[in-house]
Design a protein around this ligand. Structure first.
Ligand code: SF4
Length: 279
């Protein structure tokens, strides 16, 4: 596997206004996890990077200092909602050494400001910061859209295996940290909802959100050859699902509701993307 290029840069701002939450904050641009379905690679447009998504990470080295200044300037104590890691996994392997996400959490914690903080991750490294996350009353979404370890290791080559991610719920619950499963993306042929809900039930997860695969052209162009070559047993179901996307989405919504009732796991939003083969 290609080594990831690490690029250190300073940033001028840290908290960004967003349509989804009040603010997003990304300590890194790029993501080591290199998931084959990732659509955050549009972020490359705003940089001069030519490397492929998953092969570079820009580290915002001064993010904690900039955040400290931004927080000091903000009026009032309540910031609203803040999503840390909207276009990266802020607990990617690099974070173990750099501790940039940790420093950002510490900055929030020392600022005297309150925020509804949310982090979605595929990494068990989040365990390192449980105490801090509890103090911040943060909510953690554990992302798991493929329940099978072998399949995941092909499609999400650098993320922790699903079996390792499922085990996070036990620790999150033990620490009293708000949490939910982010079943994302649901990929035709590869994602087995029954298998995922059953695992979530075993580890005490009480809420699940769902995001169905974004079938924009750039995503399918990356995913299709890998499934064809490395997971041929799922290929026909995959193609059928993307060619009949609306029906696939309806079926997933129906199945998710049934499984939510069967396992007593609350169903949050089911996110469906626009069908878009052009971009
Ligand atoms: S963990 Fe998230 S941001 Fe990182 S490559 Fe995977 S989908 Fe993209």
């Amino acid at each position: 596997m290609t080594a990831v290029k690490i690029i250190e840069k300073t940033c001028k701002s840290c908290l960004n206004k967003s349509n989804i939450t009040d603010f997003t904050l990304n300590p890194y641009v790029g993501c080591e996890h290199a998931c084959r379905y990732c659509y955050a690679d549009y972020m490359r447009r705003w940089s001069d990077i030519e490397d492929k998504w998953g092969e570079f990470v820009i580290v915002k080295t001064n993010a904690p200092e900039i955040l400290k200044k931004e927080l000091a300037k903000m009026k009032g104590t309540n910031l609203g909602s803040v999503w840390i890691g909207s276009v990266c996994d802020c607990y990617m392997p690099l974070e173990q050494k750099l501790e940039l996400t940790r420093k950002i959490l510490e900055t929030f914690n020392n600022s005297g400001k309150k925020a509804d903080m949310q982090i979605v991750t595929k990494s068990t490294l989040v365990r390192r910061d449980l105490k801090l996350l509890k103090e911040l009353d943060a909510e953690i979404g554990v992302s798991v859209g493929i329940g099978n370890d072998n399949t995941s290791s092909i499609i999400e080559p650098k993320a922790n295996l699903p079996s390792e991610r499922f085990s996070l719920f036990v620790d999150l619950n033990k620490e009293g940290i708000k949490n939910f499963a982010f079943i994302s993306p649901v990929i035709p042929g590869l994602s087995n909802l029954e298998e995922i809900f059953s695992q979530l039930d075993k580890v005490g997860c009480k809420e699940a959100w769902i995001e169905i695969l974004n079938i924009k052209k750039s995503v399918i162009d990356k995913l299709e050859p890998i499934i064809r070559k490395k997971l041929p047993e799922y290929y026909s179901k995959f193609i059928y699902g993307i060619e009949n996307y609306n029906m696939f989405c309806k079926n997933i919504e129906k199945e998710a509701k049934e499984l939510s009732e069967k396992y007593g796991i609350k169903l949050g939003n089911v996110i469906v993307h626009q069908r878009d083969f052009k971009k």
